[in-house]
Design a binder for this molecule. Structure first.
Ligand code: NAD
Length: 438
């Protein structure tokens, strides 16, 4: 099938490459010429495990093309909308300007029967509005249908999640759209991936609802961690015990410096903003608190760092390990790690940061940041080391050799990735949110 993917960022580039990998002919359209050039040359413009090889294979096969010209999308059987929906400046609501622009750019080229499929995460009600715009603005008019097929991929596992999703949601208004989606995703359906067919509104809500539930879970765990710290209890043991309860389960139960990235924070805020518009107000205090608890972890981390340095970070050497919002990604959007590093810089720390993949993005976001090419470089002569992203590289660090590099062997484990006993035995003072001083 000939498919177009409008917007080739973290979501769209992965989706386009995976559609090509399962045999479709795909044209990816983006307004960013540098990104398009990079993709068209067969390489991914960001770090995502397995994506580079998939893009290369798709481009080499001729089934995967990239362009800035939305006319190239004309003639496709289906068009996936994958543009960004970030937080609007000065508001908690989603900024839908890129989505509106993408639809405005695509509509004049839709001259025959086709399906437009929204994948971006949007406030409920957006799909219905876009469907009406397509109906009035496309030359093919009623022949153009709209469906919503939210994407649940996780950065760091995006290729795997796209090729082997745990569920597919088809928000449709007719059988024909449902059938076309089933044809596009035939490979996943053949493997028995569960599909939920629903209306447009429920499909839109499916994605943001998943994200607010995950955000709430993380903030609840972090609240428990704060109580553990105050009561001198052990949050790791506590979450192990909670995880053994089959109603709770062990995943997404790690305490730390909080969630970040291009989805959970802005989706939680946009959900609240949209629910408020819809007149659902009182219960939203819960989600506002989820956000506040999350942001509070960053301040708590900085406070602990200041305390570990005896009351001031000014002029002190600080080594920060991690800038990405999570492991296996170079994404620093709303990254708690980078935020903590930036706050310590503002307080006058003499800081060096190392991240296996995200240093270029980190420097772009915080130009004053000094980076080091290695863990040792970041930690050399440090009075304090902070581990702020859960990279496997950091989990496996040798505390004995690193103790020989720093000035003071004091580490703040913001992700609970270090083996506290091993590090303690190597002479380190190990502190973490959720763990008392013992
Ligand atoms: P992104 O910023 O990485 O990518 C968005 C892309 O859209 C950019 O390359 C941008 O240049 C392009 N774009 C903007 N306006 C355009 C236009 N008019 N025409 C064509 N391209 C245009 O964002 P992302 O992380 O890929 O997220 C995209 C959407 O997917 C968001 O709604 C996000 O919430 C959702 N989502 C993201 C993830 C994720 O893990 N990143 C997962 C699921 C859903």
């Amino acid at each position: 099938m000939l498919l177009s993917v409008i917007g080739t960022g973290y979501l769209g580039a992965t989706h386009a490459a995976c559609l090509a990998a399962i045999g479709h002919e795909v044209v990816g359209v983006d307004v960013d010429p540098a990104k398009v050039a990079r993709l068209a040359s067969g390489s991914a413009p960001f770090h995502e495990p397995g994506l580079d090889a998939l893009v290369r294979r798709g481009v080499d096969s001729g089934r995967l093309r990239f362009t800035t010209d939305s006319r190239m999308a004309a003639g496709a059987d289906a068009h996936f909308l994958c543009v960004g929906t970030p937080q609007r400046a000065g508001s908690d609501a989603a900024d839908l300007s890129a989505l509106d622009a993408a639809v405005a750019g695509l509509a004049p080229h839709l001259e025959r029967r086709c399906l437009v499929i929204g994948k971006s995460t949007v406030p409920v009600g957006t799909a219905r509005r876009l469907a009406e715009r397509l109906r009035t603005q496309c030359p093919a008019g009623d022949e153009v249908a709209l469906a919503w097929n939210p994407e649940f991929l996780r950065e760091g596992h995006a290729v795997e999640d796209s090729l082997r999703p745990d569920r597919l949601v088809f928000g449709v208004t007719d059988d024909e759209s449902d059938l076309l989606l089933r044809e596009i995703y035939a490979a996943a359906l053949a493997r028995g991936v569960p599909v939920v067919r629903t209306d447009l509104e429920t499909a839109e809500l499916a994605k943001v609802s998943a994200n607010v539930m995950l955000a709430a879970r993380v903030s609840l765990v972090n609240l428990l961690a704060e109580v553990c710290e105050a009561a001198d209890a052990d949050v790791e043991d506590l979450t192990s015990i909670l995880g053994l309860d089959p109603r709770i389960g062990p995943r997404f139960l790690a305490p730390g410096i909080g969630y970040g990235g291009g989805c959970l924070p802005k989706d939680t805020r946009a959900f609240v903003a949209r629910a408020h518009e819809l007149g659902v107000d009182g219960p939203l205090a819960l989600l506002r608190e989820v956000d506040a608890v999350n942001v509070h972890q960053r301040a708590r981390t900085v406070d602990l760092a200041v305390r570990l340095l005896g009351g001031s970070v000014r002029g002190r050497r600080v080594g920060v390990l991690g800038a990405a919002f999570k492991a296996d990604s170079d994404d620093v959007r709303d990254s708690p790690a980078l935020d903590v590093a930036a706050r310590l810089l503002d307080l006058g720390a003499d800081l060096r940061l190392h991240d296996p993949r995200a240093m270029a993005n980190a420097r772009r976001a915080v130009p004053a940041l000094r980076t080091a090419d290695s863990v040792e470089g970041a930690c050399r002569d440090a009075d304090l080391v902070l581990v702020l992203t859960d990279w496997a590289e950091f989990r496996g660090l040798d505390p004995v050799s690193l103790a020989g590099v720093v000035r003071r062997p004091v580490v703040l484990d913001g992700r609970l990735v270090l083996d506290a006993h091993k590090w303690g035995a190597a002479g380190w003072q190990v502190r973490a949110l959720g763990r008392g001083a013992r």
